[in-house]
Design a protein around this ligand. Structure first.
Ligand code: FMN
Length: 369
């Protein structure tokens, strides 16, 4: 039996993907008033040759919003805007999920309903910055001190994820959703003891800290089915000032519980998001995590990310991964799949145009002739 290549098809739950190259979720801050624009239609259409596109993180509610000009999924105009994006991707032969996002404490009060404090498991400020776009220019500012959520508020948040998933599929035309449980945002904050100092049902032991993420996953699966639902985790990332004292035990518990939900995929950011793949002070055994998921009966595709190039990606497939997500290479190379296939050189990334602005550094990266 020959091993799969990056260019072979893959079935992830109900998602029949043309190849194993996934466009990772990439926030670009080009959606004024949280509404997807025609420029975004063009950007995603250009990248539709990916086996799967995962959209930039998209707020499930205004409370879940933490950055200027990021899109939402809770208003009619937002859903209409996304409908144009998914239609264009589908016409170009692609598949697209939306990444469901609640930022928790990684926000600024000026973005919150009524200018209030952001919400979090505990009233602990993250030593992290967020992006405010002023006069079309991105500005990094310190996040605001959050308030701790009351337990009575949590069902409303679970419901917001569920409603967003339903609207994403039924109204906006997405093929499914990815639950964003990575990178120090709300669900990651609840899971990790660096940010969760609660007592009660949602704090303390691992099972309690994973409770909100699992409730969200079950609610989303109830709404749209496991075969169209994936989840993103980042066990040891330092992004957004997050950390846990026992990540291996924490994520082993999580994936064992997720195994029963028949998800389309588990998406794992290995190491520090956008940084080193291994950290001496935060060791983690990813193969062991996958084994724990498989041993618990988990059948979803195993998606890996962070710092992959073609050679490393092929090795990951040989080692048992099913899908590889590429982030920065997809920003700079709309035709990344073709370039990888032909071993063509990649365009370099322009770091000055990542967040905010217009077509420059967004839709004007050249494809191969
Ligand atoms: C500009 C930019 C925006 C990002 N936005 C998101 C996001 O919205 N959601 C998310 O989960 N990760 C986000 N990430 C992380 C990427 O998905 C990915 O994990 C990271 O870039 C590492 O993959 P790479 O080495 O292939 O770029 C972002 C990264 C960059 C560079």
């Amino acid at each position: 039996m020959s091993l799969p290549s990056l260019f072979d098809p893959c079935l992830a739950g109900e998602l029949a993907l043309a190849n194993r190259i996934v466009m990772a979720p990439l926030t670009r801050n080009r959606a004024p008033d949280a509404i997807p624009t025609p420029l975004m239609v063009e950007y995603y259409r250009q990248r539709a040759a990916a086996g799967l596109i995962i959209s930039e993180a998209t707020a499930i509610s205004q409370q879940g919003q933490g950055y200027s000009d990021v899109p939402g999924l809770y208003g009619t105009e937002q859903l209409d805007g996304w409908k144009h994006v998914t239609q264009a991707v589908h016409q170009a032969g692609g598949k697209m999920l939306v990444q469901l996002w609640h930022v928790g404490r990684i926000s600024h009060h000026s973005l919150q309903p009524g200018g209030q404090a952001p919400v979090a498991p505990s009233a602990l400020r993250a030593h992290a910055r967020t992006v405010l776009v002023r006069d079309g220019r991105a500005e990094f500012v310190e996040t605001s001190t959050p308030r701790a959520l009351e337990a009575e508020e949590l069902p409303g948040i679970v419901h917001a994820y569920q409603a967003a998933a339903r609207n994403a599929v039924e109204t906006a035309g997405f093929d499914g959703v990815e639950i964003h449980a990575a990178n120090g945002y709300l669900l990651d904050q609840f899971m990790k003891d660096g940010a969760n100092h609660r007592t009660g049902d949602y704090g303390g032991r691992i099972a309690n800290r994973c409770r909100l993420t699992l409730e969200v996953a079950r609610a989303v699966v109830d709404a749209i089915g496991g075969g169209r639902t994936g989840i993103r985790i980042s066990p040891v990332t330092t992004s957004n000032d997050i950390g846990d004292s026992k990540p291996q035990a924490l994520f082993t518990h999580l994936v064992r519980e997720l195994a029963a939900l028949d998800l389309a995929f588990i998406h794992v950011v290995e190491g520090v998001t956008g940084g080193p793949r291994t950290l001496e002070e935060r060791p983690f055994d990813y193969a062991e995590l996958r084994r724990a998921y498989r041993m618990a009966g988990g059948k979803g595709a195993w998606m890996v990310n962070n710092g992959y190039d073609k050679a490393l990606a092929e090795r990951a497939l040989q080692d048992g991964a099913d899908l590889v997500a590429f982030g920065r290479p997809f920003i700079a190379n709309p035709d990344l799949v073709r370039r990888l296939k032909q071993d063509a050189p990649l365009n370099p990334l322009d770091k000055d145009t990542l967040y905010g602005g217009g077509a420059k550094g967004y839709t004007d990266y050249p494809a191969l002739a």
